[in-house]
Design a protein around this ligand. Structure first.
Ligand code: PEP
Length: 257
């Protein structure tokens, strides 16, 4: 059975001190039970977060990015061996902000994904269309092209390590959320594509998260959709009460581990 996951992407927010408090508050207020909960802090406090989560079942830490090479003269970058060494099991790859501001191409994202998987990391791979594409009505083709150029090039064995996050760009940080039906339609299409490109087991076993202004007031309706297996949460993951409420909504769906 596929995992139900709530992952928080803190982006370039929090300090080691405030991040520590945020994790502490969440740990105090909820237990993940049937849901996997993932914190995605900045690199400066990833190790600290990892240490805080020791002994807390169902909680994990994720890196927000990594470099595709093993090591070398890449000033400012973080390698997969560094993530491995501190025990960070998950890494977010292909976030639309990385694609847009840091010009990360599909080819680069595939290289990063392959490297992460080679080192036994789990990849939260993001995809999603901009507003103009949604308005034109070509969003399914757009997302399929993103996936065909990246994770559909993996072997089925590699693909086992992938979690997909569908994040329509027009819904990220805008307060505008995809309707539960819009999310379900895309997730269904992605799952059907996994079946076609990989196999039936991977189609039913791959978690597909929705991301884009998930908050306590809309989480349950989105999470109830049969092909939505949780959320990648930005803004709301920075507030312990909101993040906890989203985790509680996920628990109510009674699906998962
Ligand atoms: C994100 O950046 O992955 C995201 C979904 O952000 P927000 O929840 O703030 O829209």
């Amino acid at each position: 059975m596929r995992k139900f996951i709530v992952a928080g992407n803190w982006k370039m927010n929090t300090t080691p001190k405030s991040g520590k408090q945020l994790v502490k508050d969440v740990l105090k207020k909820t237990k993940p039970e049937n849901v996997k909960v993932i914190f995605g802090p900045p690199f400066t406090h990833l190790l600290q977060t990892q240490k805080q989560l020791k002994g807390h079942k169902g909680f994990f830490a994720a890196a927000q990015n990594m470099h595709q090479e093993d090591r070398g003269a890449y000033t400012g970058e973080i390698s997969v061996e560094m993530l491995e060494d501190i025990g960070a099991k998950f890494v977010i790859i292909g976030h639309s902000e990385r694609r847009l501001y840091f010009k990360e191409t599909n080819a680069l994202l595939l290289a990063k994904t392959k490297k992460a998987i080679l080192h036994n990391r789990k990849v939260i791979f993001c995809c999603g269309e901009p507003l103009a594409v949604r308005e034109k009505g070509t969003h399914f083709q757009y997302v399929m092209r993103q996936l065909s150029a990246t994770i559909f090039k993996l072997s089925p064995e590699e693909f086992k390590q992938v979690i997909i996050a569908y994040e329509p760009i027009w819904a990220i940080g805008t307060g505008r959320t995809a309707s539960p039906e819009q999310a379900q339609d895309m997730h269904f299409a992605i799952r059907a594509a996994i079946k076609k490109k990989m196999n039936e087991d991977l189609a039913s076993g791959t978690s597909i998260l929705y991301g884009g202004s998930v908050k306590p007031s809309n989480a349950l309706e989105i999470f109830k959709q049969p092909d939505v297996d949780g959320g990648l949460v930005g803004g709301a993951s920075l507030h312990a009460d909101d993040f906890v409420a989203i985790i509680e909504a996920a628990k109510k769906t009674d699906r998962g581990r």
